[in-house]
Design a protein around this ligand. Structure first.
Ligand SMILES: NC(=O)c1ccc[n+]([C@@H]2O[C@H](COP(=O)([O-])OP(=O)(O)OC[C@H]3O[C@@H](n4cnc5c(N)ncnc54)[C@H](OP(=O)(O)O)[C@@H]3O)[C@@H](O)[C@H]2O)c1
Length: 280
């Protein structure tokens, strides 16, 4: 099930793709170069746009993309030779073990990952919608938000630890949201989403303490991507009209500018899409 697959998914195709990744065993420790990047949420507007930009700018890069449904990943990303898709569902904890086993076959630990981008998120769907008032708060929707938006990030980084021990600089970027800022919460509402993003931010902060002891050099940051046209923001498009709304491509460029600029001094920061530091 959780194979490192080319989307055409013939067994031949899987074998060739896995072999080509095994062949890619570069242990250069040049600082700052992105060679192996993992994107969780590669089917989403922001995740797929980041992947598209990475493969456009570097034919040598390897992008490991996690998603529930490979068919939902845009074709030019799905079929790119640099991309390897793996099935992973944030609501199925067992998937992390399977993903880890698949990645171990595809990418040696000592080659490792240079960058992990967590672009997974849920705001509505499955009969739930952001709460306008306390009476709308429901346990099931709240727990789902917590699992998808927050705890799955921690579990993912835990699964990826063996690939984060190499000596080169590693970037771990959690796509969060400004509404997860506790000190910036002036409007209220959106209980589950806000709480889950605040929890994600706390995971980032806590990891930023532990990871330098175990995976130095590293920077783990939370990033507000800016309001972006996507399935997640679509139900709010009318109320977003007064706001600056970016295309997914613009957002990908903003996030990659942050990724490119990261160094250890920014470990544990909450950054806005323009690189400004946000209050937790
Ligand atoms: N768009 C904005 O204005 C905005 C603003 C602030 C923050 N953000 C954050 O940016 C991130 C990306 O959002 P987006 O705008 O690109 O939205 P999107 O297009 O809806 O993408 C969301 C991604 O999350 C994945 N996902 C949802 N539930 C999952 C699960 N159970 N297991 C695995 N993957 C799951 C989706 O996979 P499927 O394709 O399988 O559903 C998709 O890849 C999110 O964290 C969001 O909170 C967005």
């Amino acid at each position: 099930m959780n194979e490192a697959v080319h989307p055409e998914q013939t067994s031949e195709c899987k074998r060739i793709r896995i072999n080509s990744i095994e062949f890619f065993n570069d242990t250069s420790d040049e600082v700052g170069v992105l060679r192996n990047v993992l994107i969780a949420g590669i089917s989403g507007a922001i995740g797929s746009s980041i992947a598209r930009e990475l493969i456009r700018r570097d034919p040598e890069i390897r992008v490991f993309g996690l998603c529930r449904q490979p068919d939902k990943v845009p074709e030019e990303v799905r079929t790119a030779s640099q991309v390897c898709l793996m099935r992973w569902d944030a609501e199925k904890p067992g998937d992390a073990d399977e993903m880890q086993a698949t990645l171990a076959r595809a990418l040696p630990y000592d080659t490792g990952l240079d960058c992990v981008i967590f672009a997974v998120g849920v705001l509505h769907g499955g009969g739930t919608f952001p709460e306008k008032r306390l009476e709308d708060l429901e346990t099931e929707a709240f727990l789902r938000s917590m699992q998808v938006n927050a705890s799955s990030f921690g579990m993912l980084v835990k699964s990826l630890l063996p690939w984060l021990r190499h000596k080169s600089f590693k970037r771990i970027v959690a796509i969060s949201a400004k509404v997860g800022s506790i000190s910036d919460n002036r409007f209220g509402g959106w209980y589950a989403y806000r709480s889950s993003k605040a929890a994600l931010n706390m995971l980032v902060k806590t990891l930023s303490v532990e990871l330098p002891r175990r995976c130095k050099p590293v920077a783990c940051v939370a990033v507000h991507p800016g309001t972006t046209r996507s399935a997640l923001s679509e139900p709010f498009s009318r109320s977003l009209q007064q706001l600056e709304v970016h295309s997914p491509h613009e957002t990908a460029l903003h996030i990659l500018a942050i990724v490119d600029d990261l160094d250890e001094s920014r470990n544990g920061c909450f950054l806005s899409w323009d690189g400004e530091e946000l209050r937790w």
